[in-house]
Design a protein around this ligand. Sequence first.
Ligand code: DQA
Length: 147
Amino acid sequence: MNFLLINGPNLNLLGKREPHIYGHQSLADIVLVLQEQANDAGVKLEHVQSNAEHVLIDAIHQAMGKVDFIVINPGAFTHTSVALRDALLGVNIPFIEVHLSNVHAREAFRRHSYLSDVAKGVICGLGAQGYEFALQAGIKYCQEHSV
Ligand code: DQA
């Protein structure tokens, strides 16, 4: 099974960025834990983080036909990007949307996502653990759909 983990803008600052909201763990720390989880499950996990929308879109395009499942924290692009939605729909790869913070308990503009209604699931407010749950759920999804 091939998984792709995508992290959008400003998530490279995790650990330093508003730690009271996003926690103290760096993105590298989070990815390390996920790599271990993936290795234990016999899953290949690739990771891309970018602050540029087109880089994320290109990564999604390149995943077509190669990646079985995507775990994505689109950062602020969640609330703005029709292009990211179209890319995910275009490659037809199932995905789970993850947010570290509870976007429903924050500013009103964070409550709308361009991705949630086309995601297999959405996890928010559970911090870095949300990625682990998403990976676990994605693996189960692929097993159940004989990927
Ligand atoms: C976020 C929530 C978004 O609203 C915000 O723009 C982010 C991070 C989260 O993980 O909680 O950059 O996706």
